[in-house]
Design a protein. Sequence first.
Length: 326
Amino acid sequence: MKKRIFSGAQPTGELHIGNYLGALKNWVALQDDYEAFYCIVNLHAITLPQDPATLRQKTLDLARVYLAAGVDPSRSTIFIQSDVAAHAELTWVLSCIARMGELERMTQFKDKSSKGSSERAGVGLFTYPVLMAADILLYQADLVPVGQDQKQHLELSRDLAVRFNRDFGETFKVPDPYIPKAGASIKSLQDPTKKMSKSDENPKASIFLTDDADTIAKKIKSAVTDSGTDIKFDESRPAINNLLTIYQLVTGKSAEECEANFEGKMYGQFKGELAEATIEFMRPFQERIKQFDDETVKEILRTGADSARSIANATLRDVYQKTGIS
Ligand code: AQP
């Protein structure tokens, strides 16, 4: 029996190269060895305001991104979160064992709610990590491939699984995170102390998966750099560290090969080569994404939801039975 993995992304905007290198690339690699469930987490998306028509379209577009990145529906289950009602139902049960204190410590809530007044922050934004725990625990996932930004949420999922198992008897598998060594946190091109993010207001901060060659080259050219001229991995120089990490991941070279390639070269030349390598890396994805029409995507999502539902409902039945609410 293969071990299981679960992961997802929010249809909140255009995916960027950080989502691709930190998450999608690993999803594709892992589907050979694991039974994989890849979800489009539209219930998570509404924790911040969304335009309904745009959300519907982005949900379908995100499925297309999964497929174009190489997630194979004959090996992996691709589905929309809201098509499996058990996600919302298990969230309620888990909310009853989660503690206010542990949710208050979540840094993503602090970051996202601090953009407005915390008085006005949505309760859904606060309980977002509980929904994420439900997503994962419903499928009894062994492993959850995520970027660094989701590590704290995953720890909460583990804590909730352990607590539920302790209080009601063995029910959930306790999932392990899978965080890639390189690419777990690709940074903004304009402020390398912040992660690259779909919701960044500055479009120059992110390379989007749909950016054309010219736009990619311009964004890389205008990326901020640190003081110093060496093109080397260096934790104390976050800008060059980030750009070299992108170069390493899009070329598949080792860190030593990357540094050797740029020894004695200037930033201008480095940025030119980085732009070229990134454009080449994106090209097959950008070609493939045109191949999936809406009907094909909808059919894949329907089939995916059917298989996801049968596993999720079995877990939920067990939970209801053990908590006395069946
Ligand atoms: N900058 C990043 N570097 C590496 N991995 C990243 N991920 C996100 N940003 C980076 C990983 O991508 C997966 C899907 O992310 P998500 O859609 O759940 O949203 P997010 O983590 O909240 O990412 P964004 O892009 O910053 O979106 P918004 O702006 O909507 O919040 C996850 O595995 C995530 O770790």
